[in-house]
Structure formats: C-alpha cells, structure tokens
Design a protein around this ligand. Structure first.
Ligand SMILES: O[C@@H]1[C@@H](O)[C@H](O[C@@H]2CO[C@@H](O[C@@H]3CO[C@@H](O)[C@H](O)[C@H]3O)[C@H](O)[C@H]2O)OC[C@H]1O
Length: 416
C-alpha cells in the first residue's frame, strides 16, 4: 500500500522508482538539466487547463520543469481598471506549477500590447504614467513574490531596426521607462531574475544590437537586469544556424547577463510536409544545441507544447504545426527526438527512451565587448527622466561641452 502510493507520487513528479531504486524519467527537461540547464519548459493558458489529457502532459516533469503563463499575468488580465487587481488566472497557473514542482517564468509586466485602453489611451503626463507603471509592477511583483524564477519585466521595446518602438510608455516617458520598470521590479522581489524579452533577436543584427543597448542602458541607470529572453518565434528553413545563435547568445553574455529562449516555436505552412518536419527537427536541434553550448543560456521554453493550443494559426494565416506535439497531443517523434538528442545523452540511470548519439556542442567564446560608454546628452535635449540626477538615477550626468545639465524635477531634466 505504502509502496504503491510512493510509486504514484513519484510518477506524478516524473521520477520512476521501485521500493529499491529511484530513477529519473528521461525527457526534454531531464535531458536539459543533465546538460547543466535550469529547465526545459512550456507556456500554457487558463482555458486549456480544463483538458485533463493536456494537463497530464504539461505536468510531466520529465519533459517540463518550468511553466510560463502565456496570457494570465499580462496587464489587461491583471489590472483591467486603474488600481483594481485580479490575480485569479495567474494564481491558477502559479498553483499548478507549484503543485507539480515546476519553476514559474512570469510574463510580462510592461508591454505595448494586451494593455488596457485606460493605460494606452489615458493621456497621462510623464510623472503620472511613471507612477501608474511603478504601481502596476510593485503590486503584481509583490503578489507573486518568491514564486517567479524569472520576470519578463519589459517586452518588445524595439523596432526591427533596433530603434525604440513607439508606445505609450516610450512616447510619454522616453527610454527611461525601461530602467524605471526594472528598478521597480527589483525593489518588489529582489530574488526574481529580471529579463528583457523580445523577438527577432536570436542572431546578430540591428535588433539584437538594440537589445544589447537596452542591457547597457539599464545598467547605466544603476538598475538590475539579469537576463535577456530570446522569444524565438522561428520559421522552418529560416532558423539561424547553431553557430549564429551561439555567437548571438555570447554577445549578451559578454554584457554580464544570462540568456533564455522564452517562447520557442518553429512554424511552417500547413499541412506540414514530411520534408518540412525533417527540417523543423533540424531547426529545433540547432536552437537547442546553441543554448547547450553556452553555460549562461539557462533554459528553453516552448510556446505551449501542442499544436492543439498554439497561437500561430490565429496570427499567421496558413501557418502552424510549430510545436513538438501534434493536435491530438501525440509526440511528433522526429521533432521530439531531435530536441532530446540535441540536449545530449539521458541522465545516468534514467528510464531511457532514446539511444541516438548527441551532436557535439562547442562553447564559442567571442571577445568581451568594451564597457558601455557613458552617453552625453546634446544641448537642448530634454531628458525625460533624471538625466541630471534624482529618483535614484546613478548614470551619466554629463551634457556635451558648453551645455549645463539642469534638473527640473525628479522626472524631467534638460541640457541647456
Ligand atoms: O483574443 C486574445 C488573443 O489574441 C490573445 O492571444 C495571445 C497573444 O499573445 C500571445 O503571446 C505573445 C506571443 O508573442 C510574443 O510577442 C509575446 O511576448 C507573447 O506574450 C499568446 O500566445 C496568445 O494566446 O489571447 C487572449 C485573447 O483574449
């Protein structure tokens, strides 16, 4: 009786055992952990949690050691009207992760999308919007304090050319909204790792450089940033090579932050052909191998695990089949095994499922980039937050020669 209860408990936690042995079940997460990573995980959404077969798969810690709420922690769910906070949906997913013994990646605090119109169209001035943003962050991060392994603090602040995206936050506050957000999140939960998260930054280019500049900006302001999330909404046949991805990861790591793949899916035209599936398996493998090759790439999250609940078909017309499980919750063997084997061999003593040799992965070390240069503002430039000091700002306070940095209040200062 006690032995069968123990077996049931261990099966629920992804550990297979007899009364005389404890063996870790083989899977995407246990292989990632054996490769030195923190987790392999999946996003999920509340409506799917009524599907018991789906939840059983999501709760299998051999495959998934981490869960990310796809929508439940976004501003339009949490603070639908000013000062009214609702955590029911986020709590449901946080509780599931806790029950399963899985890590929780919390997503996301400040984003131009899925933002309620009372924020987007509120017409608030600079100081008021800063106060609204800080209040939102403080309230939500405090609610989940101690539960979030990572927080995606700011999501998608960049255009494709690496310049700042126009949003109510950027247009009202200026780029300083980013370090202000990170500082507020750090104050509310000092132990959560704080991430900047974006798409199309999985290989070198203007946007990846823009994200690296955001890391520098946050640090210049004296705020804490721990990591950069590479969303990795990729396309079959156009996925960057392993070496391109590894070099890109190292460019972030060399700035003193870690990296995680946060929303990986690799879409194709549907219905997927067998050659597309073969290419997709290779694309997943090169992405996993890139992460494996750099110790500071801490884990990979797929943006849900099954095509049944993928967001892709609703956003990219005629595209889909992006995930390792199909619409019937069946593993796509070729894709699943490619991920499994890209992580390397099964943990010693595990209940093995595959014996295919793993590809070798080499750590690529690129030269350490120079420390970020202190920026000097041009005469007449309105610095929308604390460029001349104030409100905790510890970055450069120098104007270009001949101009004087004048503090107007805690939020505005100007080089005159
Ligand atoms: O009708 C909405 C529906 O449109 C919404 O879809 C979600 C949109 O966000 C998706 O996640 C984002 C994917 O891209 C990255 O850019 C972001 O970081 C992610 O947050 C999510 O998967 C979709 O479900 O869901 C709510 C419905 O009311």
């Amino acid at each position: 009786m006690i032995a069968s209860a123990l077996t049931l408990l261990l099966a629920m936690t992804g550990i297979a055992a007899s009364p005389f042995e404890r063996r870790v079940a083989d899977g995407l997460n246990t292989r990632a952990v054996a490769a030195g990573k923190e987790y392999f995980g999946s996003a999920t959404n509340n409506p799917e949690l009524t599907d018991t077969a789906y939840v059983t798969g999501l709760s299998n810690t051999a495959d998934f050691g981490q869960i990310t709420p796809g929508n439940a922690m976004k501003w339009d769910t949490i603070e639908t009207s000013r000062g009214t906070f609702s955590y029911t949906k986020g709590d449901e997913i946080a509780s599931l992760a806790k029950k399963n013994g899985q890590l929780l990646r919390c997503h996301t605090l400040v984003w131009h999308s899925q933002l309620p119109s009372w924020v987007k169209n509120g017409g608030f001035d600079n100081a008021t919007l800063i106060s609204i943003m800080k209040n939102h962050i403080t309230n939500e991060v405090t609610h989940y304090k101690g539960q979030c392994h990572h927080w995606d603090v700011v999501n998608e602040a960049l255009n494709e050319d690496g310049t700042y995206r126009s949003s109510v936050f950027y247009d009202t506050i200026g780029p300083a909204y980013i370090p202000i957000a990170f500082a507020a999140a750090a104050a509310a939960d000092p132990s959560a790792k704080l991430y900047y998260n974006d798409y199309n930054i999985e290989s070198a280019g203007a946007k990846s450089t823009g994200a690296q500049n955001i890391v520098k900006l946050i640090k210049q302001y004296g705020a804490k940033i721990d990591g950069v999330g590479l969303q990795a909404h990729l396309i079959v046949g156009s996925t960057p090579s392993q070496s391109a991805q590894t070099a890109n990861i190292n460019a972030f790591v060399n700035l003193g932050v870690e990296v995680a793949y946060t929303e990986l899916d690799i879409r194709t035209t549907t219905p997927a052909t067998s050659s597309a599936v073969t290419q997709q398996a290779q694309d997943y493998a090169s992405t996993v191998a890139a992460c494996k090759a750099v110790s500071k790439c801490v884990g990979i999250t797929i943006w849900d695990y099954t095509d049944k609940y993928s967001w892709i078909p609703s956003v990219f017309s005629g595209q889909g089949a992006a995930l390792p499980w199909d619409e019937n919750l069946q593993k796509k063997t070729e894709v699943y095994n490619a991920i499994l084997n890209a992580w390397g061999s099964a943990p010693a003593g595990s209940t093995g499922t595959s014996t295919v040799a793993a590809p070798s992965a080499t750590e690529v070390v690129v030269s350490t980039s120079a420390a970020p240069a202190a920026t000097s503002a041009a005469a007449g430039t309105v610095q929308k937050w604390g460029q001349c000091g104030g409100n905790g700002y510890t970055g450069p306070t120098t104007c270009v020669s001949g101009s004087t940095c004048t503090k107007q209040n805690d939020y505005y200062s100007q080089c005159l």
